[in-house]
Write a protein that binds this ligand. Structure first.
Ligand SMILES: NC(=O)c1ccc[n+]([C@@H]2O[C@H](COP(=O)([O-])OP(=O)(O)OC[C@H]3O[C@@H](n4cnc5c(N)ncnc54)[C@H](O)[C@@H]3O)[C@@H](O)[C@H]2O)c1
Ligand SMILES: [Zn+2]
Length: 366
């Protein structure tokens, strides 16, 4: 098992990454905490697959676990689901000395994390991410929250977990499109911050797609390490953390235009990274040779969702409404080279239009 630490002074926490370690969490918890009561929050896809493994191992360790399951999918990141979770916790007579276990993808991590942050002004929680996207991205860094009917991720808090427990073996039951979605964020880390890791991705993309054990553990470890480093320097996104948004200005707008249906987050980010990398070339930031490396790697991904029916004006409108836009100016995290990123404010709409057209003409084909 690999271990690393998110360094945040009194809120520091370990991340464990292994293969087949799901039933070992209880032993580790017993070693570190005196907590006796836990509430496991999961969704209706993940709980039947892995919930009982966690519950049984906790029971074996003499620890009590109650469960709360919600529907799978983004719609559970809602005020009504948040209400439902808190109500169930109250009915269980949970108190401040309980701990929340978030077992699921990013939806569960965000919902359970925000529930833990809010319940009795905060109870500790552990992230047990089960989707690739959650293992390399959302479970690390302490952003928790839910959606409002008017906007995504606008109700929430920065609330760090006490531990992140990753078992790559659970990825084997994920839908292929979810692997692609997580892979997008993996490639993003290489492009924005780690040239050497980008090279690792070039060498191992096939094995990542096939969920090779060793390659996946290494990739997850290196992504968590990069994210941990960025978060340690800029927990609340005052500056540096914004480089994680590469591909996301376009990506979020694509998701918005599709109403969060028809395309997975990571897929939208892949399209977004292609467009934004092209923008970086147009701006003279990124050279053509590096861009070609990125493009060739992207083309090895069997994309399943396409954006040809998106109209540029609606995309532009969505970008301007995004919370990354300030004073109507759009901000982009753009690569200067593979491994180095800067934040750029773009006012020339034409540049954005060209990037979109480029992605349409040169991106993946159905
Ligand atoms: N907090 C953050 O920093 C952060 C960062 C990125 C994304 N997010 C959020 O994460 C969410 C997306 O996360 P996601 O892509 O994991 O979505 P998700 O949680 O909806 O999981 C995707 C699907 O896979 C299923 N699933 C999860 N693990 C499984 C497994 N091991 N086997 C079989 N099925 C499994 C889920 O039930 C769901 O149907 C979004 O709401 C996004 O806003 C948060
Ligand atoms: Zn993302």
């Amino acid at each position: 098992m690999k271990t690393l630490k998110v360094e945040l002074v009194d809120r520091s926490y370990p991340i464990y990454i292994g293969n087949g370690n799901l039933d070992k969490l209880a032993e580790m918890v017993k070693l570190f905490f005196t907590t006796k009561n836990f509430v496991l929050i999961s969704d209706k896809n993940v709980f039947p697959l892995y919930g009982q493994i966690v519950i049984n191992s906790f029971a074996k360790a003499g620890l009590r676990v109650e469960k709360i399951t919600v529907s799978a999918g983004e719609k559970s990141k809602s005020l009504s689901c948040f209400d439902e979770v808190l109500t169930k916790m109250l009915k269980l007579n949970a108190s401040r000395d309980w701990m929340v276990l978030a077992l699921g993808g990013g939806v569960i991590g965000d919902l359970a994390g925000f529930s833990a942050a809010s319940f009795m002004r905060g109870v500790p929680f552990i992230q047990i991410p089960t989707s690739l996207l959650a293992q390399v991205d959302s479970s690390v860094g302490g952003k928790t929250g839910i959606n409002h009917p008017l906007a995504k991720n606008v109700i929430g808090s920065f609330y760090q977990p006490k531990m992140v427990w990753i078992d790559m073996a659970v990825l084997k039951t994920l839908e292929p499109v979810e692997i692609i979605s997580g892979l997008a964020e993996i490639l993003k880390y290489g492009i924005i911050n780690d040239r050497d890791f980008f090279h690792f991705c070039e060498e191992n993309i096939g094995k990542m797609l096939a969920l090779d054990d060793e390659v996946c553990v290494e990739a997850i470890y290196r992504c968590c390490k990069i994210k941990a480093k960025i978060v340690a320097q800029d927990e609340r996104e005052a500056g540096l953390r914004a480089i994680l948004n590469f591909g996301h200005t376009f990506g979020h707008a694509i998701e918005t235009v599709f109403n969060y249906q028809k395309i997975k987050h990571g897929e939208a980010v892949l399209w977004g990274m292609l467009a934004e990398a092209h923008m970086a070339v147009e701006l003279g930031l990124l050279n053509q040779k590096e861009f070609e490396r990125i493009r060739q790697l992207f083309h090895k991904i069997p994309m399943q969702s396409f954006i040809s029916d998106i109209n540029f004006d609606s995309l532009m409108l969505a970008m301007k409404r995004d919370k990354k836009a300030q004073d109507n100016k759009l901000r982009f995290a753009l690569p200067k080279s593979i491994g180095e990123t800067i934040i750029v404010v773009i006012e020339r709409e034409n540049l954005i239009r060209n990037a979109f057209n480029f992605a349409l003409a040169n991106g993946w084909r159905g």
